[in-house]
Design a protein around this ligand. Structure first.
Ligand code: WT7
Length: 661
């Protein structure tokens, strides 16, 4: 293991030229300081004063000496049916428990408690379709709609503890269905609408879902994505699904299997769809959702999150980092099908009683100013997106955003991969008019919420996620767990538990331990990223150490791409790597050994790319496929992807003494 990791560290140091580089040899003048006005009005400043501190650093120092007090302060702003006996139980580490003994339901805090105050009239969600249509939901309407779906689910036999798979495009029903599951104590497993047959089938199978919620289709660049057709194929590959609820979005003809498939609008018209469905009291540690994510090997991992700790973490981080105020209009431009959307489109904005905006389609459709038009039309005050989207829009030039009134913006955010300084500056200057601080938030599916991030009062350095959030302690360490020197590359680790941390991997607790806690350095959560810490304590994340490729900020495992490739009749063996790409960050390149009787050709290359797209999803489609006769392997038979990568980049292949000869 340590060999591989060592090699990976070296590889990343030499190959990852897209990573941001620390640039602050001589410190201070590189900082972007927040304005006095931002500092004065920030939520975090109010909390600092309430706790009697004069400086942010004092507050942070206190929070890591007293993390339980910090988190329980936050938890007390939310409602609990029963209080906790203990904030944190470490006795079963690394299976930590938070808010032990407490009872709550995240939906009670996200909807119910607002719907009984004046906020019932406040907009919870503003949605715009790619075709320009709009829908809005007040907290009152949201409550009714979620209740109706929840009642329908209950009457269809969904019970507390069941896992419902949701495979929907970016439409309000995605959010409504997630909340409806949580309300009745069922866990949701959302599969991103950009995934395809095999990915969906694997996830339904692993979760043993009996119910799937999907749509006839979704719109993207005015084309219909055939979600129901994909779902039909996936359902045919797994025996678990008994019923399938279908949301009508596109209105085109789809196959509806009688006895299995039901239209949501038909169900919602029945008396069973009661607008008064009780919210199920849940144990703080009960499962809220699972979300599959890619790792080094094999099938995706079902990351488990809970009602209690996750709720507190998501709520607290949005409040302090994006400084949510009653009058804000918040736009997290991710897809709800990824953790960013779960935490910062669905749950935390509602927990904060905020108004959230959601957009269905592509950023540059029909023109490259679509996003800027949306910011202006909906008076967005906080925009949170990924570097890949910024780079993608940047290439169309300044004229497009400059046509629109972006003056409501006050804060910007970035997530998913390191943001290159060029994109940072464009975002800051052209979009934020040098006025809006950029919150570069580092976190993962597994962490549930922001971990390393500025707040509006933090001096910024373009390309660094700055420093850990309150109550979070991180370090950059050597293989043996000792801290690295300033600006020395090492492993990013988290040194203590936090409330929104994953609790386990569904059906595979051993894999949870071995992936995150068992490796050297022990007793620290290993993140899987390499990073360095500069002389100011700022963290610079460099990239993944494992076989995870970040394509447009989306996380894909080489193993998944390879297994999709070898499921094609022509392929004997395959290896996938990520190579730097101007807009996507990384692009997938595959190396394929064909079976006897097949010959490489541009036609077969296209067929294989389409095959991966069909099995796994369009985001996983390799940019290029190279037909080869051998693959570099270690003597134990492991493919040496770093050698392929070095060769592809025309670089020194490094130490290949363990290569099979
Ligand atoms: C991996 C987690 C959690 C949001 C979406 C991604 C990379 C994430 C940053 C950032 C540098 C980042 C890391 C991490 N990453 N945010 N601000 N700067 N790298 O979640 O799909 O679970 O991926 O994304 O490599 O480990 P995810």
């Amino acid at each position: 293991m340590s060999d591989t990791r060592d090699a990976a560290l070296k590889e990343i140091a030499t190959l990852n030229d897209s990573a941001a580089q620390p640039q602050s040899q001589n410190g201070a003048e590189r900082f972007h300081y927040p304005s006095q006005e931002v500092v004065e009005h920030a939520n975090v400043t109010a909390y600092m004063k309430a706790k009697g501190f004069n400086a942010f650093d004092e507050l942070y120092a206190w929070s890591i000496q007293n993390p339980q007090e910090f988190w329980s302060d936050q938890a007390k702003e939310l409602e609990w049916f029963e209080p906790w006996e203990e904030v944190l139980d470490e006795s079963t580490a690394p299976f930590y428990k938070w808010f032990v003994g407490a009872k709550t339901n995240i939906v009670h805090n996200a909807i119910d408690r607002h719907a009984r105050t004046w906020r019932r009239n406040k907009l919870a969600l503003i949605w715009e379709g790619e075709d320009g249509s709009h829908r809005t939901y007040s907290y009152h309407t949201l409550d009714r709609e979620v209740s109706k779906i929840a009642s329908v689910l209950k009457s269809m036999g969904v019970q507390k503890g069941d896992i419902v798979t949701i495979y929907l495009p970016r439409i309000p029903e995605l959010m409504l269905c997630m909340l409806a599951c949580a309300k009745i104590g069922a866990a949701h497993s959302v599969v991103y609408g950009g995934f395809s047959v095999e990915a969906l089938a694997d996830r339904m199978d692993d979760a043993k879902s009996k119910l799937l919620i999907t749509a006839d289709g979704g719109f993207m660049r005015n084309k219909v994505i055939e979600l129901k057709k994909i779902a039909d194929e996936a359902m045919a590959r797994t025996p678990t699904i008994q019923s399938c609820i279908v949301v009508k979005r596109t209105g085109h003809d789809v196959n509806m299997e009688s006895g299995r498939d039901l239209w949501l609008h038909d169900l919602m018209a029945l008396p069973i769809a009661s607008p008064n469905c009780p919210t199920e009291p849940m144990d703080a540690e009960d499962m809220l959702f699972i979300l599959y994510t890619s790792g080094t090997t094999g099938r995706p991992k079902g990351v488990v999150h809970t009602h209690g700790g996750y709720m507190v973490g998501a709520y607290t981080t949005l409040k302090f980092v994006f400084d949510i105020k009653e009058e804000d209009r918040w736009w997290c431009a991710a897809d709800p099908g990824w953790i960013t959307g779960h935490s910062y489109i669905v749950y935390s904005p509602l927990l904060a009683g905020a108004t959230s905006f959601m957009y269905e389609g592509a950023p540059n459709y029909p023109y490259p100013d679509r996003w800027w038009q949306l910011v202006s039309r909906h008076a967005i005050s906080i925009l949170y997106t990924a570097p890949t989207a910024i780079r993608g829009l940047m290439r169309f030039g300044e004229a497009w955003p400059n046509r629109h009134d972006l003056s409501n913006l006050r804060l910007l955010g970035s997530v998913g991969e390191p943001i290159n300084p060029e994109a940072w500056r464009w975002y800051h200057h052209v979009i934020g008019k040098d006025r809006c601080p950029i919150m570069d938030t580092w976190w993962q599916t597994e962490t549930g919420h922001f971990m390393i991030t500025p707040t509006p009062v933090t001096p910024l350095k373009p390309g660094s996620a700055t420093r850990p959030f309150f109550g979070i302690e991180v370090d950059v360490v050597h293989e043996d767990g000792s801290s690295c020197d300033a600006n020395e590359d090492g492993l990013l680790v988290i040194k203590r538990p936090w409330p929104g941390m994953m609790r386990t991997i569904l059906n595979d607790p051993e894999r949870y331990v071995s992936t995150y806690w068992d490796k050297e350095p022990v007793n620290m959560y290993t993140v899987g990223d390499s990073a360095r810490k500069d002389e100011d304590g700022y963290i610079w994340v460099i990239g993944r150490l494992d076989d995870v490729i970040k394509v447009s900020g989306y996380r894909l495992g080489t193993a998944e791409v390879e297994s999709a490739l070898v499921s094609h009749q022509s392929v004997a063996e395959a290896a996938a790597i990520g190579l730097p790409h101007d807009i996507k960050g990384s692009a997938i390149h595959a190396f394929v050994i064909l079976r006897e009787g097949f010959e490489g050709s541009p036609k077969l290359e296209e067929e294989l790319r389409a095959h991966v797209g069909h099995e796994l999803g369009p985001i996983a489609r390799p940019d290029a496929i190279n037909f080869v006769s051998t693959l570099p392997k270690t003597r134990s038979g492991k493919i040496m992807r770093r050698v392929l990568k070095a060769q592809a980049l025309g670089q020194d292949v490094g130490d290949i003494s363990t290569l099979e000869s």
